[in-house]
Ligand binder design. Structure first.
Ligand code: PLP
Length: 374
């Protein structure tokens, strides 16, 4: 089987997993026990990981809070900003193509009394900046726009989004889960206020992520208890996971340019082969800047599930959440793709283990499967 679902998750690197095993079984002290040497060592492991992640994303270490993943980070940011303001019916704007980790908490805030507006995107999945401008004419607390979409890879014009939002007094939260190790970025240069990250998208372990919160911004915690992570995420820290995330982020930052070049080269090979042999195939967000390694292929008029025609390939038809619910992807629907085509699209997402031989096999199976169903 050829794995081509790296946007969904990546394998944890062996040296990272081995280090984590040592932490779990040998250096297992509670970092909260500052009175003991082993507890202070565990605290040091967390501090190192925070510094590694900070360097990778361009933040100060004290601006990062470790969580159980990007979903928890996004929930903390959205609820944390909105909770303080609910009495004033705060306004929250989010792009129509956000991951459920962002749109579901936003929807929940709307049920609790917030004024939530989903901003449209164009046929390439780019945020409609006129709609943003128009919606910012009313006082807005938070604007949520993901940097890179997990299904199509479309990249947003964060600079302009931040400029417009800040000019209107709104804070900006960008889901950067798919960026780490694929595209160079810096949260300070980008000017965003909040971001979320996840270790398992960049060859680290599952179940650990982080939230970036710009210095000086206030946030109510989602999880309360013993006051760990500056009181913003209580509960004994996942020391092994955090250490693994730090190592994965460090490697991602050091290799980002070579990984980006590799993914761009393989993506180009795959797309040119498929386009050559399958007339009518559409690469979603294909006309704009995209995350390297992500290709969402659609074949309008196809009769049957394309994915089922790829027996040797592990790919997906969109986000795991949409597939679980058997629903067409809300990302493609927001871009104007009809429900049938959306259900029958195939996302190929590549990773650092992907090879040219993989690309030839994926292309062959996509082409033969597509021809059979056309
Ligand atoms: N945001 C995006 C863009 C993602 O791709 C994912 C992963 O599925 C998430 C958020 C959620 O990440 P996690 O699995 O760490 O909660």
């Amino acid at each position: 089987m050829i794995y081509a679902d790296y946007n969904s998750t990546t394998p944890c690197l062996r040296d990272i997993a081995e280090r984590m095993l040592d932490i779990q079984c040998v250096e297992f002290a509670n970092p909260g026990n500052r009175a003991s040497l082993s507890g202070r060592k565990a605290r040091g492991v967390i501090d190192t990981a925070r510094e590694q992640l900070a360097r990778a994303v361009g933040a100060h270490p004290d601006e990062l809070i470790f969580t159980s993943g990007a979903t928890e980070a996004a929930n903390t940011i959205i609820f944390g900003v909105m909770e303080r303001l609910l009495a004033d019916r705060p306004r929250i704007l989010s792009s129509a193509i956000e991951h459920p980790a962002v749109c579901m908490p936003a929807e929940h805030c709307a049920r609790a009394g917030a004024d939530w507006v989903e901003l449209p995107v164009d046929s390439q999945g780019r945020l409609d900046l006129d709609a943003l401008r128009e919606n910012l004419t009313r006082p807005t607390a938070l604007v949520c726009v993901m940097a890179a979409n997990n299904e199509t890879g479309v990249l947003q014009d964060l600079g302009e989004i931040v400029r417009l939002s800040h000019a209107a007094g709104a804070l900006v939260f960008s889901d950067m889960t798919q960026m780490l190790g694929k595209m160079p970025f810096n949260v300070h240069t980008d000017g965003i206020d909040f971001a979320c990250f996840s270790a398992h998208k960049c060859y680290g372990p599952k179940g650990v992520g982080a939230m970036y919160k710009r210095r000086g911004l206030a946030l109510s915690p989602l999880i309360r208890g013993g006051g760990q992570e500056e009181g913003l995420r209580s509960g004994t820290e996942n020391v092994a996971g955090i250490a693994g995330f730090g190592m994965a982020a460090d490697k991602a930052a050091r290799e980002v340019h070579s990984r980006k070049a590799q993914l761009q080269r393989l993506t180009k090979q795959l797309e040119s082969q498929v386009l050559r042999h399958l007339p009518g195939v559409v690469i979603q967000s294909g006309d704009v800047d995209r995350l390297p390694g992500t290709s969402m292929f659609s074949l309008p008029g196809i009769r049957g599930k394309w994915l089922a025609q790829l027996p040797g390939i592990i790919a997906s038809s969109g986000s795991a959440c949409a597939s679980l619910q058997g629903k067409p992807s809300h990302v493609l629907r927001s871009m104007g793709v009809d429900p049938e085509t959306a259900m029958r699209s195939v996302r190929i997402s590549l990773g650092t283990p992907s090879t040219e031989a993989d690309i030839r096999e994926i292309a062959t199976q996509l082409i033969t499967g597509g021809q059979k169903l056309s």
